[in-house]
Ligand binder design. Structure first.
Ligand code: CTP
Length: 187
């Protein structure tokens, strides 16, 4: 969720990183000392991500990016009639997959929000998107997106699994930032 992403940005800043936060519309304040780039569409997020990744050592994707967009934008108001209306949707691009293709050496972290088969789905995304780590969390009624607390299971491409127990999003972010930092090549 947005809040978890903002907390990760703050936690990486606290470890000394210079952080660029690419954000969709939100009423959250940018964490102090973090450069925020505002975007509205998945396409804008992709372009901002490719630009930022060129300077980066680590790329974390915490956003729930729209997977589809309307295939056509009407130039005029769509007048109703008695029939039902179907909208054709077309796929947006996958930001993580595109950033990985452009930057094969970048350390990349994704999130996986799942309602079932958490480990299977998260490990599938880890492999498919070429990630180094993926932070998986349960979503659904009363879980994560609505809540102040969150818990994550972090899977690594090396097969590792690490559970971060339910805690505030700030605390969860600190633990995730620690896992990331521990895996980076030393400068
Ligand atoms: N993601 C992305 N670009 C998209 C959609 C998602 O980079 N267009 C990233 C998210 O930021 C997240 C990861 O991919 O880090 C997984 O997102 P999620 O919504 O859980 O999965 P999807 O890739 O949409 O897969 P599925 O529809 O199978 O759940």
């Amino acid at each position: 969720s947005g809040k978890q992403g903002y907390a990760v940005a703050a936690a990486l800043r606290d470890l000394g990183a210079s952080v660029t936060l690419i954000s969709g519309p939100t009423n959250l304040a940018a964490p102090a000392g973090v450069r925020r780039v505002d975007v509205e569409t998945a396409q804008q997020m992709l372009e901002a991500s490719l630009a930022a990744a060129a300077q980066a050592e680590v790329f974390v994707a915490a956003a729930a990016v729209a997977d589809y967009r309307a295939a056509q934008i009407a130039g005029q108001k769509i007048k109703k009639n008695d029939a039902d209306l179907s909208l054709a949707l077309t796929r947006t691009e996958d930001v993580l997959a595109r950033v990985r293709a452009a930057f094969p050496q970048l350390f990349m972290v994704g999130f996986a929000a799942e309602t079932e088969k958490l480990e299977e789905h998260a490990r599938g995304k880890l492999a498919r998107k070429g990630l180094d780590l993926i932070a998986a969390n349960w979503v659904g009624e009363g879980k994560a997106f609505d809540q102040d607390d969150n818990s994550l299971t972090v899977f690594g491409k090396d097969g590792s699994a690490h559970t971060i127990a339910s805690a505030s999003k700030a605390e969860v972010a600190r633990e995730l930032a620690g896992l990331i930092a521990a895996r980076l090549p030393r400068a």
